[in-house]
Design a protein around this ligand. Structure first.
Ligand code: IPT
Length: 970
């Protein structure tokens, strides 16, 4: 088999003049890259474990004597491998988004260059090892290493998240082998690895010694295509040296290099059909798992097996809150299971090839993968891309080396459907060279790269954070043209994806539903990848989770590193729950009054036989009936209308709602039978506004007021720690604060400038009638004449008190309001919440798809969403009534007309806004309750577009009401 990389001119010689960690070469001495496989019958010895370790401040502080087998390292400390030494008490991690944390002077790196010397001694497990070849394999070392075995230098390498192998057979001895490695934090390679993440050096992936018996597989390439018209798969396995491939299930027994076409079931992310096979050469038997599929761009659409696919994707960095990028197999599996359980069908491996075992999991569980090269030079952007390595021929060998290491390692995974050249590198000849090499080596997969708007080197048009309007124009192939007509025509004929969108930083992202509607409307829009999968908060004894700056970095980007759909401990955030709902692969719509439901299969390949459908009927949130719903196994894209049955007890008075659900009919590898995949609620009988009884004298209401200020003192004996007052402030979210590169207005700044965090309440009048108390206040920040005139009208029908709030804006408000409602304080004992409304999780106007109507309970503590960086959170939508009670069942009940947004927390909004880490928030003696008539949407402006106009809370004349009542006090 030809190895295009064999004639690389750069593979063997270090650059003269510069030390190896600064020269731009990818290293020297290593073997050509080849396909990875998890196991074979050739022996392997994991060298993971406790190694000896010492850290030096510079690359040259220590000499190389430690590499000698006789060197005495007993005085050194110990370090687990794989690991980042900065997470084991040696130095500290540092976070920057795009800025290089050193002077930009390529290829030079600072003299202060933390350098870890590592040493491990090992014995060969058996005598077999003494014959034949053996290779030492490093799956990931950041950022540059020099390697010795038994005192002999093997070579050097760069390319942190890429594999490197060295031939070592002749150097091995039965016992007492000494592997010595010097790892530098900074190298010329660092200029190519400016991804938005922690800088964390170390041997962070597995190290193994692989026996290569004579005649073992040097490399193999599985070509397994699928012809959807004929229903056949064509298999050819190229291998060096030659051998045979058997696929028992298909009755195939082929010579390598020979092809066969037989009827097969195709592989897709939805139906990940794999065939077990064995590749046997004279020296090795390698188990293969073969998936047949064909990827193509046809008629401007990305297709797999002849069908348009829709990415419901996420960007995944490798991250563990204690181990950084040293992610174990169980954590990888957990990621895949969590993705599948949340209806995610695609992963972009931002911005480097993941641990190779992750791709095996994607093959087995079914996820489309964009495999991205370990390449980003974002820090050149602020310099106008001057000296950008991807546009400098001297760096091209390093770029080609990276492309080859990715493609060769990962080429046999059916899950990988696109190769990505890298991220945020600007444009340049080096990228074209990479694309050319990849096309030549693997024409079966289209190429992706986002950073070049001219799309010169790619097959799909990709963007990040484009707003809804622009995405819609692209969907219509009506985007603004490129200056060059030919490039424009080529790009306009390409399919489109958003390789990053919906920035999941803090509370949010908002606007997912609107994007999904576009993706489902326009054929060209083939979905997107939410940025990003998990918060990179590092476990920290004092801060809970640490982010940029918490380790004393001079230059850092704060909590911009916490922008995932999972919290650092992998608990799903409300954003993930929302995404799951928005991308559900089955649409359930209907008419609750007519009791009809329409089911649409939104899968691209799977029919609905894997799902079971059921309904429940609830009146005022209480279940009245439930049953199964027989849905035929509709094929992809098919839809049908069904009649819902007549529920028993449907004549009960009150608001009535159908919930129709689709759940797994059988256990799947990633979830058990009964796991919910899709659902909807349909109103059968709408809510009637609460009936207001005949007024009684306020004196008989059981409520007490301060007649001077008109403030509520207590209801039914329940003391107000703080009386209800008009409230418009929220602790700004990351999305409220916005990003400087976004054109939309950053409301957080505008709000603070206007003073919405320090409004004053001027009492205008208190009017006391026997049956009504009317308080007028003017609510306004200092130094402006803008105001909200608020009228509180208190009445009672004998059962608690009713508050009608009218709000009249004065002046021309330049911004939406953060919220509009009342805030009150109640005693800290009322820590148990119950409500009938949206739940179970938080929701905001543009993040409310997953909020479902029901009766919910929670402690006040559990109502909080633990964003790593504290900010507004925890609102429940569409609340009809809510109660807060103490352990004895005494407390407060609030009913809203209309429904309201309900938030309760043990600290004030001001405390929340002032906090920088979760432990800064300390419960005090009050529970603060926000009853909001309306709240501002969330948007995605921490990196993307702001709140869509329909989700903004405009200052306008408004009226709403609440009934407050003590409960359980009798
Ligand atoms: C984009 C990057 O590609 C990604 O790595 C991450 O930094 C993300 O932003 C923000 O969290 S680049 C951005 C400047 C559009």
């Amino acid at each position: 088999m030809d190895h295009p990389q064999d004639d690389r001119p750069y593979s063997s010689l270090p650059h003269p003049g510069l030390p190896y960690y600064e020269d731009v070469s990818p290293g020297h001495g290593s073997l050509p890259p080849r396909a990875w496989y998890a196991s074979s019958d050739a022996a392997r010895l994991s060298l993971n474990g406790l190694w000896r370790f010492r850290l030096a401040a510079t690359a040259t502080a220590e000499d190389e004597s430690f590499a000698h087998p006789d060197f005495d390292a007993s005085g050194w400390g110990e370090l687990p491998v794989p690991a980042h030494w900065v997470l084991h008490g040696h130095g500290a991690p540092a976070y920057t988004n795009t800025l290089y944390p050193f002077p930009v002077d390529p290829p030079h790196v600072p003299t202060e260059n933390p350098t870890g010397d590592h040493r491990v001694t090992f014995d060969l497990p058996s005598a077999d090892w003494e014959s034949g070849e053996a290779v030492l394999r490093f799956e990931g070392v950041e950022s540059c290493a020099r390697v010795w075995l038994n005192g002999r230098e093997l070579g050097t390498f760069k390319g942190s998240r890429l594999p490197h192998e060295f031939a070592v057979g002749e150097l091995l001895r039965p016992t007492g082998n000494v592997l010595a490695m010097r790892v530098h934090q900074w190298s010329s390679g660092s200029y190519l690895e400016d991804q938005d993440q922690w800088w964390m050096p170390g041997i962070f992936r597995d190290v193994a010694l692989l026996h290569r018996p004579e005649g073992a597989v040097a490399d193999h390439f599985v070509h397994a295509s699928y012809d959807h018209a004929a229903g056949t798969g064509t298999l050819r396995v190229d291998c060096e040296p030659g051998g045979r491939v058997t696929v028992p299930e298909l009755g195939l027994d082929l010579a390598t290099g020979e092809s066969a076409t037989v009827a097969v079931e195709p592989w897709s992310a939805e139906v990940p059909r794999l065939y077990d096979a064995v590749l046997a050469t004279a020296g090795e038997r390698v188990p293969l798992r073969i998936g047949f599929r064909t990827v193509a761009v046809e008629d401007g659409v990305l297709k797999v097996n002849g069908r348009r696919i829709l990415f419901r994707g996420v960007n995944r960095h490798e991250f563990h809150p204690e181990h950084g990028r040293a992610v174990d197999l169980e954590t990888m599996r957990r990621d895949v299971e969590l993705m599948k359980r949340h209806n995610i069908n695609a992963v972009r491996t931002s911005h480097y090839p993941p641990h190779p075992a992750f791709l095996d999991l994607c093959d087995a569980y079914g996820l489309w993968v964009i495999d991205e090269c370990d390449l980003e030079t974002h820090g050149f952007a602020p310099l106008g891309w001057r000296r950008n390595p991807v546009d400098d021929d001297r760096w091209t060998p390093a770029l080609l080396d990276r492309a080859a290491r990715m493609v060769e390692r990962d080429k046999n995974h059916p899950a990988v459907v696109l190769w990505s050249l890298g991220n945020e590198c600007g444009t340049g000849r080096g990228l074209s060279a990479m694309a050319g090499w990849i096309r030549d080596r693997d024409p079966s997969r289209p190429i992706h790269y986002e950073g070049d708007r001219s799309c010169a080197d790619v097959d799909v048009y990709s963007r990040m954070y484009a707003d809804h309007a622009e995405v819609e124009r692209i969907g219509q192939r009506a985007e603004s043209p490129l200056p060059d007509a030919e490039s424009d025509a080529a790009r306009r004929a390409m399919p489109f994806i958003q390789c990053e969108y919906a920035h999941a930083m803090g509370n949010g992202p908002g606007g997912l539903s609107e994007y999904q509607r576009l993706f489902e409307t326009y054929e060209r829009l083939q979905g997107g990848f939410v940025w990003e999968w998990i918060d990179h908060g590092l476990a920290h004894p004092e801060h809970g989770y640490a982010y940029g700056g918490d380790f004393g970095e001079e230059l850092h980007d704060g909590h911009f590193v916490c922008d995932g759909l999972l919290f650092p401990d992998r608990t799903p955030s409300p954003g993930l729950v929302e995404y799951k709902k928005v991308i559900e692969p089955v649409r359930i719509e209907g008419d609750g009054r007519a009791a009809t439901v329409r089911i649409t299969n939104g899968y691209n390949f799977a029919d609905l036989s894997g799902l079971a459908f059921g309904w429940t009927y609830e009146v005022e949130g209480a279940p009245v009936g439930e049953g199964e719903l027989a849905v035929p196994p509709l094929g992809p894209g098919e839809a049908m209308e069904l009649k819902l049955p007549e529920p028993v007890g449907a004549d009960r008075p009150g608001e009535a709602v159908w919930t129709v659900r689709a759940v797994l009919a059988r256990d799947e590898p990633w979830a058990e039978a009964g796991h919910e995949v899709a659902w909807t609620q349909l109103t059968a009988v709408p809510r009637a506004e609460p009936v207001v009884g005949r007024r009684v004298a306020l004196a008989d209401s059981g409520a007490e007021f301060d007649l001077r200020t008109g403030e509520l003192v207590s209801v039914g004996g329940l003391e107000m720690v703080s009386p209800p007052r008009l409230d418009v402030w929220r602790a700004p979210t990351d999305n409220d604060e916005g990003a400087e590169w976004q054109p939309d207005t950053r409301w957080g700044t505008v709000w603070r400038k206007l003073g919405l965090h320090r409004v004053q309440h001027r009492l205008v009048s208190v009017e006391r009638g026997a049956e009504e108390l009317v308080i007028v206040s003017r609510v306004a920040p200092a130094a402006t004449d803008l105001a909200l005139l608020s009228t509180f009208r208190w009445t009672s029908d004998g059962d608690g008190v009713r508050l009608v709030v009218s709000v009249e804006p004065e002046g021309d408000w330049p911004c939406p309001l953060p919220r509009l409602g009342v805030r009150l304080g109640v005693p800290a004992e009322l820590g148990l919440a119950r409500w009938y409304g949206g739940g179970p999780g938080e929701a905001y106007p543009d993040t409310r798809a997953a909020s479902r109507l029901g009766r919910w309970t929670s402690t006040v503590d559990a109502l909080q969403t633990p964003y790593v960086y504290p900010q507004e959170n925890g609102a429940r939508a569409d609340v009809r009534w809510a109660e807060l009670r103490d352990e004895a069942g005494r407390g407060l009940r609030v009913e809203g007309a209309p429904e309201f947004w309900f938030t309760a927390r043990r600290w004030t909004t001001e405390d929340l806004a002032a906090a920088h880490h979760r432990p800064d928030l300390r419960p005090a003696d009050t529970i603060w309750l926000n009853l909001d008539h309306a709240v501002q949407g969330i948007g995605s402006q921490s990196c993307g577009p702001g709140v869509l106009p329909q989700h903004e809370l405009k200052a306008a004349p408004t009226e709403f009401s609440f009934t407050l009542r003590a409960v359980g006090s009798a």
